[in-house]
Ligand binder design. Structure first.
Ligand code: HEC
Length: 156
């Protein structure tokens, strides 16, 4: 025992150091990305703004139970979307810009921020965070507005 305890400590320390070293350089911070790029329209707390942008709070969590929903969120930030969108009984007709200039990791982290901070109560029990790889897979498909509308309709 007197030997295993320090060994265990050393292993934990090594793991912690490894985690620090392998974290991607400049790992994106979801709140920082949200505040910089999304809050102006969707508001800092995700409640949206009438006539400007729909809420992102309390409206997206259930979509995570559907494969279409897991594609829809990365898809809309990659491609953007314009036209009519109904949310909580209100019709919005604005322009959601494309955020294709942001990296897969930045888009994943901002979506996870939106999901875990503004939609925590509606997330499925087995919810797993959106990975950068999932964003990359949607990005290569370049979803059209038609794809996005179909995925939105299929995920609630
Ligand atoms: C210029 C204003 C504006 C900015 C900035 C903006 N959005 Fe949007 N967003 C919109 C509008 C408008 C819509 C609805 C699009 C439509 O009517 O087709 C929308 C829709 C969405 C939806 C779909 C909501 C639903 O109910 O299906 C998500 C998710 C979303 N935005 C996320 C983001 C994220 C994440 C960012 C920041 C990276 C962002 N938006 C930045 C205006 C904006």
């Amino acid at each position: 025992m007197s030997v295993t305890f320090p060994l265990r400590q050393a292993r934990l320390l090594a793991l912690a150091l490894l985690a620090a070293v392998t974290a991607p350089a400049g790992a994106a911070d979801g709140k920082a990305v949200y505040d910089a790029h999304c809050a102006a329209c969707h508001q800092p707390d995700g409640t949206g703004a009438l006539g400007l942008a729909p809420p992102l709070a309390g409206t997206l969590g259930k979509r995570m139970a559907f494969p279409e929903g897991r594609k829809y969120l990365p898809g809309i930030v990659v491609s953007g979307l314009a036209g009519r969108m109904e949310s909580k009984g209100v019709v919005y007709e604005g322009i959601m810009p494309s955020w294709q200039q942001l990296s897969d990791a930045e888009l994943a982290t901002v979506l996870n921020h939106v999901l875990t901070h503004f939609n925590a109560a509606e997330l499925p029990a087995d919810f797993k965070v959106i990975e950068a790889d999932e964003v990359a897979a949607v990005r290569v498909r370049k979803p059209t507005s038609k794809d996005l509308r179909a995925w939105r309709a299929a995920s609630h």
